[in-house]
Each structure stands twice: as C-alpha cells, then as structure tokens.
Write a new protein. Structure first.
Length: 345
C-alpha cells in the first residue's frame, strides 16, 4: 500500500489520508459525521469495528479508539457489548456546529483543541482544519465553509489581507484565538496573548535573576509559529530600559553557550542544542548560564534538573473561549503567561 494512498473502507465513508495535517483520529471523526449528514449512515447502523479499520489501514489501534471515544462522548455513536459500534443519533440540529481553523497541530494547539472539545461537551460538534499560515489556503477554506457552521474559531497570522479574508464570515459568528493581528482587536471577539507586553512583564518580575548575567541572547527562529515577533519586541524593550546587553539570534542555535550569559529559547531543537553545549563545557544552568524556554512541555520538566519556562495556559484559553461563545459575549480577553521557575535561569 502506497504511503500516500487514500484508503476507502467497503462502507465508502471512512477515508484516511497520510498526507493530511489533520490527525488521523480526527479524520475518522470527520468522516463519520459527514456520512451521517449526507445520509450514508442511518440511526442504528453498525460502524466498522476498530480491528476492521486497522486491518484496512496501518493505523494505531489507539487512534481509532480515541476517535470512537470522542464520538461516544458527543452522543453520536454508542457501543453494544460484544456486538460493536452503532449510530446513536442522526438528528443534530439541536447541536452547534463549530469550525476550528489552526495553523498547525503542535502539542500546544492540541491542548487548546482538547479544552474546546471538553467544555463544549455534547452541545456542539467541532470540525478541525488548517490554514498553514497561508492566506490563500485560509481564503479558500472560508469561501468553502461560509454559512455551514454556527461559529468559527480561527488562529490568525500577520498578513496585509487578513481583515479582508476574515470579513468573508459574519463577525458575530467569528472568534479569534491565541493572537490578534493589527486592526483585528477592534473588530473581532476572542482571546489572545499580548506577546510584547506579556514577555516584558515577565522579565520585569524576574529582573533580579536577569542581573546575574552580563549578556542575554534571544534565540528566535522566524519560522517558528508558536511565538510571533512581538515577543522579541517585548524582550528588547526590557533590555533597553534596564540597559542590559543583548542580542537576537534569528537562526537556529549554533556554536557554544558562554559562561555568564542568559538564553531565551523558543524552539525545542534550539533548547536541546543550548543544554548540550552547556553540558559539554560542564556549565551549570542557573548559575554559569541561564536558560528560559517558551511554553510548557513534559520534556522541559525533566531536561537537566528542569527548565524554567514562560508558558501560557492553553487549556484555560480554550475554556474561556467556550464560555464566551456559549454566553453570546463579544469581548477581547487577554490570557497572560506565567513564569515557572525550575532554577535554570
């Protein structure tokens, strides 16, 4: 079977595409929902078993289990012991339909997605798609999906045409998440991070730690979509105001870390490179060199003795967005990050 093939089940409604950025479990969820909407699946009709899907396509059993569990949580399917999975209901007019459009599906985006799903519960069906920070992809998506959903949640990106593209949708149905771009804050509701002021405030709060180091380095890959350039502006604002020597490295980290310097790292690959460089030189983080990373992950809890992080609660972000949407509120709320000190800076 070709790696890039699209496999169709005998039932002709489940399609799994290896090339798609949509997680495979979400592809299965979307296929079942679409089959119900199109009348291909009737109430009480049996779905292919987990083993049947796994036999037809080399996908992990846990993937199908996760998809079917989500569909059960939404009340769309039910399981009958020893018999299998069946369509529980086909009338979904009473449930909200929501389209979530992200740039990509990182661990942090998954936290946001899981939070939205959990707090909506069986009140809504959520479809997931991606724009890949490409304005033409987003425009095509919105033209195709306009009028098909009760609400749209979009993670925007900086582009001169962004407002025009977003205006394809009615503003009362649109919520922006994670960041607001220039001009959008006054036009659209949602929850965002104020990257420039947030990172400035974090550094002000740890100014005593910062002064241990004679030079700061912000390792920032422009291609990293998790943290926009506004964060660099906030870092520079702090350094200039406090008269601290600094530099911004707009490329992957290379070379050696230097004793007495502090490093702010966004990309996980750069973080590993910085830690390895310090270890090779027998430099201790938190004393010889300082290291701060952006956004929490399990990896950062165990590297060395743990890495201090500037991290946003994406789970809380999803919860507050759902509350705002269900309450019919049109607000612009800020979710500020916290500094989790593990002694590496």
């Amino acid at each position: 079977m070709n790696q890039h093939s699209i496999v169709q089940m005998e039932e002709h409604f489940i399609h799994i595409d290896d090339r798609s950025p949509v997680p495979k479990y979400q592809q299965v969820i979307n296929c079942v929902k679409e089959a119900i909407r199109n009348g291909l699946l009737a109430k009480g009709q049996r779905l292919p078993s987990i083993n049947e899907i796994c036999e037809m396509y080399p996908v992990a059993r846990e993937t199908i289990v996760k998809a079917y569990d989500r569909l059960k949580e939404e009340g769309i399917i039910e399981s009958v012991k020893t018999k299998g999975f069946y369509v529980a209901r086909t009338k979904t007019e009473d449930r909200l339909r929501i389209l979530l459009i992200l740039d990509t599906f990182t661990i942090y985006r998954e936290l946001l997605y899981d939070s939205i799903i959990e707090y909506l519960g069986d009140r809504a069906a959520v479809d997931l798609d991606f724009h890949h920070s490409d304005i033409h992809s987003l425009e095509s998506l919105l033209n195709e999906k306009a009028g098909k959903y009760h609400f749209y949640i979009i993670l925007p990106f900086e582009h001169e045409r962004m407002q025009d593209v977003l205006d394809i949708l009615p503003r009362q149905k649109l919520y922006l998440v994670n960041r607001f771009i220039k001009g959008c804050k006054e036009r659209y509701a949602g929850i965002y991070q104020d990257f420039k002021n947030d990172i400035y405030a974090v550094f002000v709060s740890i100014a005593n730690k910062v002064r241990k180091y004679h030079h700061l380095v912000f390792v920032f890959r422009p291609s990293c979509g998790e943290v926009p350039r506004e964060a660099v502006a906030g870092f520079e604002k702090f350094c200039k105001k406090e008269k601290i020597s600094y530099e911004v490295m707009y490329r992957p980290f290379s070379g050696k870390v230097k004793k007495g310097e502090g490093y702010v790292v966004v990309d996980d690959d750069d973080l590993v490179a910085v830690i390895l460089s310090a270890r090779e030189q027998q430099l201790e983080t938190g004393s010889d060199v300082g290291v701060i990373s952006y956004n929490e992950s399990s990896l950062k809890k165990i590297i060395g003795n743990g890495i201090s992080v500037i991290s946003t609660d994406f789970y809380l972000m999803g919860k507050k967005l759902v509350q705002m949407m269900l309450d019919g509120k049109r607000e612009c709320l800020i979710i500020s990050p916290a500094f989790n000190d593990r002694g590496s800076f």
